[in-house]
Design a binder for this molecule. Structure first.
Ligand code: ACM
Ligand code: ZN
Length: 748
């Protein structure tokens, strides 16, 4: 009761101070609640200058309102463009007589109308009186779509643009070509789409798809945009105030171009190269030859057509992940290095980028590139996208050179990553970036000076589509995290209220439903944490939404108990748990099947790359995702770990749970040595287990138990597992160092 009164007081205070968050995404910079409300009539009369009125009516009609032109005295909304306001700046006032909107430019007009539309939708046609004075924190607010790994049909891009526009994003970056496909018609080079847009069909998941061996293998999967389709898309986006930035990748990630025109590769490449269905193995180091003039002619001709289609003031030139292995072998590239007095092969990339940047500049456009473009120290100006890790490559480069940059760090804004507890998510790469992680993303740190701050143009969410197989897969990865991206890009620095954001998100979701957009509900799913303390297992669950209750049951699925504190277990049990709002189950049911054997809950010490040795005895098995926090991982090293069961006990069966997934560099140990000890100091070898060669690698994920059994009384068991080395030829990741993963030691 006390809590309720306090909550009311806080809300009332926030409203009086104008700080309550309205149900608008992104959060407006300034919102002040007024007195009264306005109920919107069935037809909205719009008044103002003719051009502004027709623009406003178009926006409102598109968003499901009925409008008519009106005189000022009868208007529901009065609209005006006011030159004294900055671009993208709008002021919206709602009182009991109607709505007034003043905007700095046409974009701001749309933003004001969108805020109005969101208030009207969430209020079921009635808007509480308020005044909003709003403009974005960043001028660049973007989304990248990788249309290569999964070809997204134009109408599906339009559907995403519809939402992006409502979120007040203003740039759509299209990754148009890569190793896995060329997606834009180029009239001068028809083979780019006759050949380069198509890859062979392989049943495996992305990384495991092996390359085509010859041109005789039919390439049937892919697609491309005709220039006409792309022009329509550019126009569609522009009408919604979104600029489409085309990305033409170079010099690496260019296999689709090389498959179409093999002469673009260095002459040392004399084998068949087809469009990659997966990551390409060692062939991924094949790149455009920087020694041939023909390569530059090709790039310039392609860019000529690209710049005719896209009016974007900036053109993205890629530049990432360029392995220099082939350039090192290429006589033409080495000759170029000598003739141009370049320091090395990295500088050769700088040379290539500089030439292309100058070309783009000569046509009145600015160049953009991924943060590795800075490695070659280009002399020309380029806007850098900070993607690696936390984006610090771009930050450090800007500190040193003053270059402008955009933050799209893999660790915070890569929408390919898992957005919730991994057991409930479709398979993808890497770790987790939850909705809350995105919402909490702050691109600047306290040590940035003013110059650096002003060089940051904005932020972007980036969707790599390796694991997408349908439009709804794409939407699922993007939404609702794009709402959080938009909020970070727009809201004033330092502003953060997770609970209030969720309310605005909930109010926005019916609009997604209406637009036929699939979105994840991962924010309702439960994370778990199971730890042993030598006697028992302590089980905790958590959810990123603070506004849900958790219910659970043990050994049955009733979900009839309220979860209030850590559950403690000293015997095997199956726990079921889920989040609820009232009686409505909100998240998926979490099932924790907990074993309890002689090892369970006891401590394990040892070297471990991912620091998760504790999960080896928590009674819980991992899933087929090595990154689900239930697998202890060792990278490129021998694993050595010791179980301490606390006292000497009789042992006759020991197993070690293991995961192999060679498509993502996970292999089984070649040998495991098992030792025992009573004092933890002197150990006796009890078993040597040799993995048959054919079991060390397995393309897709395979979980299996390695039998390490012996008969002896012991307190300590030491395991030494020998890493098999690099992935052999013939696998998708050939030549890469390997991980070994174990999830559970079982002792009986
Ligand atoms: C990238 O993720 N390689 C830009
Ligand atoms: Zn070359």
């Amino acid at each position: 009761m006390k809590k309720t009164i306090l909550t009311i007081l806080i809300l009332a205070l926030a409203a009086v101070c104008g700080k309550a968050r309205p149900l608008i995404i992104p959060e407006p910079a300034n919102y002040t609640a007024g007195k009264g409300s306005f109920t919107i009539p069935a037809t909205i009369g719009v008044a103002g200058e003719n051009k502004v009125v027709s623009s406003a009516m178009k926006y409102l009609d598109r968003n499901g309102f009925n409008t008519k032109k009106s005189s000022s005295d009868k208007a529901v909304i009065k609209v005006a463009i006011k030159p004294e306001l900055e671009p993208e700046h709008y002021q919206l006032t709602v009182d009991d007589k109607g709505i007034t909107l003043a905007a700095g430019d046409n974009a701001a007009l749309m933003y004001g109308l969108e805020s109005f539309a969101q208030l009207a939708t969430s209020g079921n046609g009635t808007i509480e009186a308020c005044s909003i004075d709003d403009k974005p924190r960043f001028g660049y607010r973007g989304l990248m779509l990788d249309v290569v790994r999964y070809f997204i049909e134009p109408q599906e891009i339009e559907r995403i643009i519809d939402v992006a526009a409502k979120l007040k994003l203003n740039n759509l970056h299209l990754h148009l070509c890569d190793d896995n496909g060329w997606r834009l018609e180029i009239k001068k080079y028809p083979r780019l789409t006759e050949v380069g847009a198509w890859r062979v069909d392989r049943p495996e998941m992305f990384p495991g798809r092996l390359n085509a061996r010859s041109a005789d293998e039919k390439a049937t999967v892919g697609g491309f945009y005709t220039q006409k389709e792309m022009r329509q898309l550019v126009k569609y986006a522009a009408e919604r105030n979104i600029n489409i930035i085309p990305e033409i990748e170079m010099p690496a990630h260019s296999i689709a171009a090389i498959a179409s025109y093999p002469e673009l590769a260095c002459p040392v490449v004399d084998k068949f190269v087809g469009v990659f269905p997966g990551i390409g193995g060692k062939d991924a180091s094949i790149i455009l030859c920087a020694g041939k003039e023909h390569t530059f002619t090709f790039i310039e001709n392609v860019l000529d057509e690209v710049m005719k289609i896209f009016p974007s003031p900036t053109i993205h030139l890629g530049g990432d992940e360029a392995n220099k292995r082939i350039w090192q072998q290429c006589p033409l590239c080495n000759k170029r290095i000598e003739e141009e007095h370049l320091a090395d092969h990295e500088a050769l990339q700088g040379y290539l980028m500089d030439r292309v940047i100058r070309y783009v500049n000569s046509r009145g456009r600015k160049a953009m590139g991924w943060d590795e473009v800075t490695y070659g120290k280009p002399k020309e100006d380029i806007i850098v996208y900070g993607w690696q890790g936390d984006g610090s490559v771009a930050v450090n480069d800007s500190r040193a050179t003053g270059r402008k940059f955009i933050m799209t760090p893999a660790r915070s804004t890569y929408l390919i990553r898992y957005q919730g507890p991994q057991w409930f998510e479709p398979f993808t790469y890497f770790g987790n970036i939850t909705l809350r992680d995105v919402y909490n993303f702050e691109p600047m740190t306290s040590d940035w000076d003013n110059a650096l701050r002003s060089n940051l143009l904005g932020i972007q969410g980036s969707l790599w589509s390796e694991f997408c197989n349908s439009p709804s897969d794409v939407q699922y990865q993007i939404f609702p995290r794009l709402m959080a991206i938009a909020d970070v890009a727009w809201r004033p620095e330092g502003r953060s209220n997770w609970g209030a954001f969720l309310k605005a998100l909930d109010a926005f979701c019916p609009t997604l439903d209406k637009l036929g957009i699939t979105y994840a509900r991962s924010m309702y799913n439960l994370d778990h944490n199971v730890r042993g303390n030598g006697k028992e297992l302590k089980v905790n669950v958590s959810c990123i939404r603070p506004d849900v209750d958790v219910r659970y049951s043990v050994d049955n699925q009733a979900l009839d108990k309220a979860w209030s504190d850590t559950l403690r277990l000293n015997k095997a049990a199956t726990i079921y748990a889920a989040t609820f709002k009232g009686d409505k189950q909100m998240g998926k049911t979490l099932k924790l099947s907990l074993d309890f054997n002689k090892a369970t809950s006891h401590s394990v010490s040892g070297n471990c790359t991912n620091g998760l040795t504790r999960v080896l005895t928590n009674g819980l098995r991992g899933s087929d995702r090595n990154s689900d926090f239930e697998w202890a991982g060792w990278w490129n090293e021998t694993a050595e770990f010791v179980l301490d069961m606390g006292e000497v006990v009789p042992v006759n069966k020991v197993t070690l749970g293991s995961l192999v997934h060679s498509d993502i560099c996970i292999a089984a140990p070649t040998h495991i040595y098992v030792y025992t000890s009573d004092d933890g100091k002197s150990f006796t070898l009890r078993r040597t287990i040799d993995t048959p060669a054919e079991n060390i690698y397995h393309k897709q994920a395979k979980i299996f138990d390695i039998d390490c059994s012996f008969n002896a009384d012991t307190r300590y068991i030491k395991f030494v597992a020998v890493n098999p080395g690099c992935v052999p030829d013939g696998y998708a990741r050939e030549g890469a160092p390997t991980w070994m993963y174990f999830d559970e030691i079982t002792v009986n």
